[in-house]
Design a protein around this ligand. Structure first.
Ligand SMILES: [Zn+2]
Length: 153
């Protein structure tokens, strides 16, 4: 329907790509890709050459690792910047299936709400976000989101 301007996902499973999402920020990376830790270039795992180990970035020579952001590892700066830019432009954020406790992602709907934007939470259980959300769609997203789309149509 061309309503969503951006999807920010914490999932690393590539399902948004497989579903056809093109305006997509994978804040915790994508397990089907590798990434240079210096210049943040990304490639599909199978498209990268592992002849020499450890793999070096053909762009800058930096170390190439799995794209997934591991526990304690910083989110790549350009990815984080893209998230903040999308959040700054957002007038309505739909937050789906998250405990809303992992920062910085949990700060995005807070920023939208503080700016006077509309926040919709779709979640089976209450979270901290429920208190600031304008609308809470209580239930599994597999049920609530199709209903939301039906209402929009
Ligand atoms: Zn590089």
């Amino acid at each position: 329907m061309d309503i969503l301007k951006m999807t920010i996902t914490q999932n690393v499973d590539n399902l948004h790509v497989r579903a056809g999402s093109t305006r997509l920020i994978e804040i915790h990376g994508n397990r089907t890709k590798v990434r240079c830790i210096v210049c943040e270039s990304r490639w599909l795992r199978e498209a990268f050459d592992y002849e020499d180990l450890p793999p070096a970035c053909p762009e800058c020579g930096g170390l190439v690792k799995g794209d997934t952001v591991m526990f304690g590892e910083p989110i790549p700066p350009r990815v984080l910047e893209a998230c903040f830019n999308a959040t700054d432009k957002c007038d309505c954020m739909i937050v789906c299936g998250t405990s809303a406790t992992v920062y910085p992602a949990a700060s995005f709907p807070q920023a939208v709400a503080e700016r006077g934007g509309f926040v919709i939470e779709a979640n089976p259980n209450p979270t901290r976000l429920s208190e600031i959300a304008d609308v809470v769609l209580k239930g599994p997203t597999g049920i609530t989101l199709p209903r939301l789309v039906d209402r929009l149509r």
